[in-house]
Design a protein around this ligand. Structure first.
Ligand SMILES: NC(=O)c1ccc[n+]([C@@H]2O[C@H](COP(=O)([O-])OP(=O)(O)OC[C@H]3O[C@@H](n4cnc5c(N)ncnc54)[C@H](O)[C@@H]3O)[C@@H](O)[C@H]2O)c1
Length: 376
């Protein structure tokens, strides 16, 4: 059994609390939240096992929980770096919610600290485990659409002002580190890096189309991946719900349109797969092809049924107890955060940004954003 704890329980942390309280390989021994009454309510819900001790802060919990082995951090974004570093320093395995940090330089420190101490570091990008996304990865890796050339990827939805009024930390650069990019689209950006590998170059436009807060609610970016694939990305919380993904390869295309939510783990997903009779390269380089030759794909529906699979939490606990790696490692989550930071830098500076990202350049721009000296 792994002795576990959760910090931050109002939102997603409440789910982590319940999952750890009932997990066959976890003994939930502590919970910390500024709102100790909320933490106590969760503890009171539990009707079996010994009750976890409630603390008002991570520091008190680290001092008062001898034998604690692992912690899930589910607090606002700006606390991820200091809390992850403190917990790693105290010898704990860490599962930190997404994003790993709001500055890439902090992500570097966290990844390095876990590596130095050989502790498990998982980051809450769990969309990789969802059936549709797992099927996408499988098809791409099996070369079903050939080498990926071009990607269109949109995540659009509506977040009314009441969402930011309820959770004011989501509104500011200093606390949220960004708007739609870090808060919502970080899942999609994680999928993009997981599916297509490391990004190499980014240009972007950021806007706040009308929310009262300072962070961006709309981001458009063009990304060149190291593989050569080109992606056109649109993310917004000033829109209607529409997830659209088009992945175009040399041998075929995948088209996925969903007007509800493309990432609900317990619902079957369907997307379209079209295969060309021969590769685009052959068609385009064939000197005898008609001057306007067009490959006609043969389309099929790909059903992605829910199937029991290891959750990110299971993989974290297994790695802490048995060795190995969680599904989303700190290292891979850092690639995602680096792309997000690159999009912010490119959008704010209105310049093309190359990766690896210049950490100092990002820190300078981020300091200016969080002190109101720059805006989007
Ligand atoms: N992986 C996912 O699908 C997913 C879903 C939702 C949220 N998240 C992430 O989880 C994190 C939390 O989001 P949320 O929606 O649950 O936020 P929230 O505001 O609802 O909850 C944050 C909790 O942290 C507590 N807290 C704040 N400062 C604290 C401190 N110094 N010490 C102890 N506790 C403190 C608050 O009291 C609150 O209970 C964010 O990083 C968010 O991006 C991830």
């Amino acid at each position: 059994m792994l002795k576990t704890a959760v910090v931050g329980v109002r939102g997603v942390g409440g789910g982590h609390f319940r999952a750890l309280a009932s997990h066959p390989r976890s003994e939930l021994v502590a919970v910390a939240d500024l709102d100790t009454a909320a933490a106590r309510r969760l503890v009171d819900e539990q009707d079996h096992g010994s009750a976890p001790t409630v603390f008002a802060s991570l520091d008190e919990m680290l001092d008062g929980s001898p034998g604690l082995e692992a912690v899930i951090i589910a607090t606002p974004h700006h606390l991820h770096a200091p809390m992850s570093l403190a917990a790693l320093e105290a010898g704990l395995h860490v599962y930190v919610e997404k994003p790993i940090a709001i500055r890439i330089s902090d992500a570097d420190r966290i990844v390095e600290a876990a590596l130095q101490r050989q502790q498990v570091l998982a980051v809450g990008h769990q969309y990789r485990t969802y059936p549709g996304n797992a099927r996408l990865k499988q098809l791409i890796e099996a070369d079903e659409i050939g080498s990926v050339q071009r990607i269109v990827w949109q995540w659009l939805d509506t977040r009314p002002e009441s969402y930011y009024d309820r959770d004011p930390w989501r509104s500011s650069w200093a606390h949220a580190g960004g708007g739609v990019l870090l808060n919502q689209a970080s899942h999609d950006i994680d999928l993009l890096c997981w599916l297509f590998g490391p990004p190499a170059e980014v240009s972007a436009t950021l806007m706040n189309r009308g929310h009262r807060h300072e962070v961006e609610d709309t981001a458009l970016a063009t990304v060149r991946f190291a593989s050569g694939a080109l992606a056109s990305l649109q993310f917004s919380t000033w829109d209607r719900c529409l997830n659209y993904r088009q992945i175009a390869g040399d041998l075929g295309s995948i088209v996925w349109q969903d007007e509800r939510d493309a990432n609900v783990p317990d619902r079957p997903e369907v997307f379209r797969l079209g295969r060309y009779p021969s590769s685009l390269t052959e068609i385009i380089t064939d000197a005898n092809a008609a001057a306007t030759g067009r490959p006609v794909p043969v389309w099929e529906d790909v059903q992605c049924e829910q199937s029991p699979q290891t959750s990110l939490l299971d993989s974290f606990i297994d790695a802490a107890l048995d060795g190995g790696e969680p599904i989303t490692t700190g290292h891979s989550a850092r690639v995602t955060t680096e792309l997000i930071c690159a999009i912010i830098l490119a959008g704010v500076q209105r310049e093309v940004v190359s990766l690896p990202l210049d950490r100092d350049a990002f820190d300078e721009v981020f300091d200016n954003l969080s002190h109101g000296k720059k805006t989007v």
